[in-house]
Design a protein around this ligand. Sequence first.
Ligand SMILES: *[C@@H]1O[C@H](CO)[C@@H](O)[C@H](O)[C@H]1NC(C)=O
Ligand SMILES: *[C@@H]1O[C@H](CO)[C@@H](O)[C@H](O)[C@H]1NC(C)=O
Ligand SMILES: *[C@@H]1O[C@H](CO)[C@@H](O)[C@H](O)[C@H]1NC(C)=O
Ligand SMILES: *[C@@H]1O[C@H](CO)[C@@H](O)[C@H](O)[C@H]1NC(C)=O
Length: 424
Amino acid sequence: MDPSLAIFALALSSATLALDNGLMRTPPMGWLAWERFRCDIDCTHDPSNCISEWLFRDMADRLAEDGWRELGYVYINIDDCWSSMDRDKQGRLQSDPHRFPGGIPKLARYIHDRGLKLGIYGDLGTHTCGGYPGTTLDTVTIDAQTFADWGVDMLKLDGCYSNGTVQEEGYPLMSKALNATGRPIAYSCSWPAYQGGLPPKVNYTQLGEICNLWRNYGDIQDSWDSVLTIVDWFSTNQDVLQPAAGPGQWNDPDMLIIGNFGLSLEQSRSQMALWAIMAAPLFMSNDLRALSNEARAILQNKVLIGINQDPLGIQGKRLLKEKSRIEVFWRPLSDSASALVFFSRRTDMPYRYKNALSQLGYKDGNYKVYDVFTGKTIPVLTHDAYFTVSINPSGVVMWLLSPIVHSGQAHERENLSLLHNHIE
Ligand SMILES: *[C@@H]1O[C@H](CO)[C@@H](O)[C@H](O)[C@H]1NC(C)=O
Ligand SMILES: *[C@@H]1O[C@H](CO)[C@@H](O)[C@H](O)[C@H]1NC(C)=O
Ligand SMILES: *[C@@H]1O[C@H](CO)[C@@H](O)[C@H](O)[C@H]1NC(C)=O
Ligand SMILES: *[C@@H]1O[C@H](CO)[C@@H](O)[C@H](O)[C@H]1NC(C)=O
């Protein structure tokens, strides 16, 4: 495969009609409560971790003060278990009065004052997954208007306690209802995850027209197993999923769990690298008040974020599954750049993987290579020169490659054998 042809084909395929709210032209970034804080509503015994306005204010402070906002992490998203068990007299959803005494509008102001955006959670069904009031077809309009009135910037609409018929009607209906409020509200649809994530039950053309992002598959858990299951599902089905993504419309493999308990350092790097290749939304679900320096460095890696946020918005793919249990992922980027991830599924020791760019579909020429995690550079790598990378078990080596296009190519070719030795 010639990557230049592939880029052309991919660019054409992602030129579908995106949801016309102007939002999320690159994958959204921020923080989402669910994976780390779930439905902890015990503010008496666990006040600093319970789902409450204090938790979201704490996280907003951290995003604003610890350098996250400037990197693009701007969404603070509430998930399930925020609401009261009853709607108010006008039939509107209302937040739990004890855990959100200031109400959502006040929390929205707090978040907006810090240059951030607020996301909220609803469920198209009789109840949310946690048993709170759901949004039935007859309350879609009033709920959209309530969220808009509160100053909400994003809605994740889950799909517990409903069925295919309700979802087929309700997800497009909510998209229209959000638009009708006049407030730009990004829309995350859990619909495909409830329909198996694949055609013919899932119509990705339609999803791109009504949602900004969508959960294709099951929830992430705080474990490496969970990350691998997700990566495998997305890679196995990449020919269906990859063309669905583009500016304003993203596949969502779910939250980043980096900084929690389930991933080693290598595995944390792997999640971040693979999410960048997949053009995935980067919603951290961790405790930003108590993050290790290692986790922070991974999540705040500017080059990695730049790859995730590439303006072309073309989702990458797995190119190769080697017998050695090394997998190679690739994503085309703007200005003819590209990213490669060499991912080890091995469990023994660092593996010395040898290949040449020409074997990975790169065309004639010289490339400058930047190693995203070590910061080392290979000034010139010719397409047909063999290189070796040492990949740790369950870890990655990630490269950003830019073609070198100037007249000095002959010189650089001569130096190749010399440079070749610097690659590891
Ligand atoms: C609503 O949709 C129209 C047409 O699709 C679009 O031009 C407009 O920006 C949308 N408004 C909002 C608030 O999403
Ligand atoms: C789906 O749910 C709706 C609302 O609860 C119900 O009226 C309808 O009969 C259900 N349809 C199927 C096929 O189960
Ligand atoms: C999928 O949705 C698109 C856009 O809404 C529509 O034109 C197309 O007919 C649908 N495809 C199928 C197989 O239903
Ligand atoms: C390549 O070789 C030329 C001349 O032999 C030298 O001037 C140049 O610095 C070398 N470039 C690199 C990147 O080593």
